[in-house]
Design a protein around this ligand. Sequence first.
Ligand code: ZN
Length: 104
Amino acid sequence: MVNAEFTHAGFTTTTISCVSALIGFKHTLLACPMNNAERIIQYLSDNTTGACDDCLSVQLKIKPRQQVNRICRKLQREGKITRGKERCPGRDGLKIVNKLVIKY
Ligand SMILES: [Zn+2]
């Protein structure tokens, strides 16, 4: 499953599997910069308690925060993450917390 948005133009010949391959991303072997969606997936795979948009924005330095929101809602539509109101581990109060959907 290769989404056009996750394809790095010009480096489509060789693909390898990285951490996030289990949820369907493919990286190029050459110059493999993770895009923001992949970095969010990576972060959530390391932080299984989840993180809200604010925390993702701060931790991953993705600005503005609205971009995190946009990416996360897209990942949710694709079934890769869930978004639910609960207490974010990193903040006070109820937030929309993103969690990775693990597929076995
Ligand atoms: Zn948070």
